[in-house]
Write a protein that binds this ligand. Sequence first.
Ligand code: SF4
Length: 519
Amino acid sequence: MPRGDGRLSQDLDPGRPGPQDACGVFGVWAPGEEVAKLTYFGLYALQHRGQEAAGIAVSDGSGVVVYKDLGLVAQVFDEPTLASLRGYLAIGHARYSTTGGSTWENAQPTIQASDSGTTIALAHNGNLVNTSELAATVDSKDGSTSDTALVTALLAGYPDLSVEEAAMRVLPTLRGAFSFVFMDENTLYAARDANGVRPLVLGRLERGWVVASETAALDIVGASVVREVEPGELIAIDDDGLRSQRFAVPDPKGCLFEYVYLARPDTTIGGRNVYATRVEIGRRLAREHPVEADLVIPVPESGTPAAIGYAEESGIPYGSGLVKNAYVGRTFIQPSQTIRQLGIRLKLNPLRQIVRGKRIVVVDDSIVRGNTQRAIIRMLRESGALEVHIRISSPPVKWPCFYGIDFATRAELVANGLDTDGIRRSIGADSLGYVSLAGLISATEQPKTRLCRACFDGDYPIGLPSDNLIGKHVLEGVGRRVDADNERPEPGHTPGDSDSTAGARQYASPGGADALLRP
Ligand code: SF4
């Protein structure tokens, strides 16, 4: 059975990225295990959630060390680096920037020493909506512009309290979406916002515990799934075992888009497997938008399960009509104008012999700007397809997300200004059908009231600030003091252009980016 790889099909055109997830987080407490390597493989399994930066914090009980850099997990870490990260608890992060730009300082985990002498490292999936309000209460000098650094500073701001007690003070003041993993020298913590917008799960190892954004990451490190971290719950794990506290009344509003597109197909959310959900969405799509055709093809990979469902329900044969060049992933190579014009052709190649002379149904997961679908339709027609019918396994995306997914701006969303027939004409399809919101919700087997659907229906479950000071660059220039003497890596610094000094900066200590640690 074909299986998606979790890559974002909207990201097929490198010049026009589609929706980006807010990050993947992972944490492990396991004395006697190689926790840095477990975290590396956990992050590897979560790479689809963020490809801009990666980092791991580790503690052996005497101190916390962070290693992070811009790049993919496999670009940032190598064997010697992982071997240098020794300890029995660790957290990790694969980042896409939702608040703060793509700079070294904004890579995670963040790290900060408290006045009490404890060091806190923190990794975040989600996006806060009261960031500017929180920023006014913190004087942070580390140069980072992320809401995550703010929360770390807030947690470190209670010298007379334990980190656990500080978390019980700070977490109720945060508004927005957050799935946190954080740690001090001895304890691993996990916390999820009261709405549980972004996923976070707890797993068990033979000799320890794991928390991760998705169950697939637990599978890959050999952990069994225990349960989800509950909305409004703080978990602490140390020598005394696992403790759970409530910091907010739970009001679940899990992200509907995780089922459509963001999560891996082999992940389970709310007891419902994502792959099975996507196949069911495809079946519903076939019932809601039938068409006479010869072949159903997916836009690989994330359209694959829904295309299988569409084919099963409609009785139209399923096949591959587009081959993905799996090794043209995210790259730091800047394309020249000539290469940029190739756009989607860098990543997808039509199978001419298969599509020629046929009426084709193309199943994709979403339409953001419409550029990807327009390019695919043109390629298929040039390859001899007689008709191209587009079927989309989510309703039209009309509203921006403030809870950790970076869509195009509202003005760029093709569904914002056009009705379905207008979009069909804009992308050049013979027909176009979106699954209904009711059909999508029903396929998830979750009650509508327990889901965030705001990007589809504009009904935001978490109130937004009236000053509208939200968005990924909210902290740049707000409540920040930039220390000109504080030398930092250049924006865009990558592992490939590291000189010896820049390489040393990849290690971070609680003193900030210019207090360097060597393994
Ligand atoms: S607005 Fe859309 S993408 Fe954002 S959390 Fe809600 S359902 Fe998910």
